[in-house]
Design a protein around this ligand. Structure first.
Ligand code: FAD
Length: 446
């Protein structure tokens, strides 16, 4: 039995940053992080193990991020939380007493409940190096890979596996890939790129069963069509890993996430929760939204680590704006805030501002890429609701300007006139900077 001031369960994005932030704010406390894997994968780097990196060992978050900050690290699995007596029990029969506990147990993949889902070579994506390395070895000599799910995990896996010489089919149940993050025109850009590069993208596909004897051999669709598969990657969504919290008697919301307030406090005064296991509310509507992103986990961890011993009231969670970016076949796509579809669903009256421009000036410079920007503003207040961008590498950070603008409630006028640094080799021209231009396009329509 041991006793720590702060115990953090989980050693990924949410856990590491919770512990590190607490260490910076509370210099003299003892902090321990406990996690149930020997190593921690960079979660967002996982697709790149199967293409660019070709190795799990190149995708590891170094333990020194924890241990260099005077934080103890235990590799063990927490099996029970006793919130009344303030301790946890572990698989190795340890008991750790705590003053404060932060739960950052993340999420687990959802496996579609169809016949044949237990066949060999059907892989969910667990963030575990041993497991992921096993997939790498097993698919090495396989050719036909079917990826299920057209969200960012499915899209990124499809691109990487195709680049690695696999014959990839991407099956998406809905009518568009990436449809949670983007409007149809941006989804279409992604789908075109995938198709042009040889990924067989199939939308509106409903899976009936996985077929095969022992090993998977194909996917049968509801139409009766069978698509050949030597292996299947399941990118069909994730769910909060909240059973520990539930069994401890903490309040769990309807989506299975640990209920938290804006300071990341759970229903127990001494327990906080962050990241994929914790409840997410929309910045705009306060509705519960299933946005499970590492960047959201990082935000929540910074709030929890800061407030854990003293609620300083200076940091609170205003809700997620789902800031997200991805890159496929050299093209970057970024989104923050509401899409147009979400604005309609939530009854916002809105105005769209669009702008297309080259990302260097003059556009005849080498390696210039076209930027397509779409901003969405509230029709009456002019406040930005969201934005989407496609282009080259430059838009990867540009979407973070939009993210900040959304969080600060900036208006179309603010964004039309905000001051920008420009350079021919680095940015669009100052007389045609995309954020300024898209904002003006919206103002013209207001
Ligand atoms: C393939 C893939 C690509 C992604 N790409 C992106 C991206 O580009 N951008 C982005 O923002 N997000 C991305 N995400 C989402 C991102 O990975 C998650 O949002 C993020 O990992 C959440 O961090 P977390 O710390 O909350 O949970 P997790 O990363 O799930 O970590 C949970 C931690 O808890 C530990 N744990 C769980 N149960 C126990 C227990 N009982 N005892 C001890 N330890 C326990 C685990 O070992 C782990 O350390 C991606 C996810 C995947 C799967």
């Amino acid at each position: 039995m041991r006793k720590v001031d702060l115990l953090v369960i989980g050693g990924s994005a949410g856990g590491i940053l919770s512990a590190n932030t607490a260490r910076k704010v509370y210099k003299d406390i003892s902090i321990t992080v406990i996690r149930n894997t020997k190593t921690v994968m960079v979660p967002c780097g996982i697709p790149y193990i199967y293409g660019t990196l070709k190795d799990t060992s190149k995708n590891i978050i170094p333990d020194k991020m924890i241990t260099d900050n005077n934080i103890d690290l235990i590799i063990d699995k927490v099996t029970k939380i006793n919130k009344e007596e303030k301790y946890v029990l572990t698989e190795n029969n340890d008991q750790i007493n705590y003053d404060k506990l932060i739960i950052a147990t993340g999420s687990l993949p959802i496996v579609p409940s169809v016949i044949g889902n237990n066949l060999e070579n059907i892989f969910s994506i667990y963030k575990n190096e041993v497991y992921l390395n096993d997939i790498l070895q097993k698919i090495k000599d396989l050719k036909d890979i079917v990826v299920i799910g057209g969200g960012f995990i499915g899209v990124e896996f499809s691109e990487q596996m195709q680049l690695n010489g696999k014959n990839v089919t991407l099956l998406q149940r809905g009518d568009k890939c990436l449809r949670r993050n983007f409007d149809a025109e941006f989804s279409a850009e992604a789908e075109t790129l995938l198709k042009e590069n040889g990924v067989n993208v199939r939308t509106n596909c409903k899976i009936k069963e996985f077929v095969g004897k022992g090993k998977v051999e194909g996917v049968k669709l509801e139409t009766g069509e069978i698509i050949k598969a030597d292996a299947i990657i399941l990118g069909s969504g994730v769910k909060p890993n909240s059973d520990l919290a539930k069994d401890a008697g903490l309040k769990i919301n309807d989506n299975g996430a640990i209920a938290v307030n804006e300071y990341m406090n759970t229903s127990d005064a001494d327990i906080l929760a962050v990241g994929d296991c914790a409840e997410k509310v929309s910045f705009f509507t306060r509705n519960d939204v299933p946005v499970l992103l590492a960047s959201t986990a990082a935000l929540e961890a910074k709030i929890a680590g800061y407030n854990v011993f003293k609620n300083k009231l200076t940091r609170k969670n205003k809700g997620t704006i789902s800031a997200f970016s991805t890159k496929i076949y050299g093209a970057t796509l970024g989104a923050a805030g509401l899409t147009e579809k979400q604005a309609i669903e939530n009854n916002f009256e809105y105005v769209i501002g669009e702008f297309n421009v080259m990302d260097k000036h003059p556009g005849s410079l080498p390696n210039t890429k076209k930027i397509h920007m779409k901003l969405i503003f509230s029709k009456y207040s002019g406040i930005i609701l969201g934005g989407q961008i496609s282009g080259g590498d430059t838009v990867g950070e540009m979407i973070n300007i939009i993210s900040l603008a959304v969080q600060q409630g900036m208006t179309a006028a603010d964004l039309n006139t905000f001051q920008v640094a420009t350079h021919p080799l680095l940015t669009a021209s100052p007389i045609a900077y995309p954020i300024n231009g898209a904002a003006m396009n919206a103002i013209e329509k207001m």
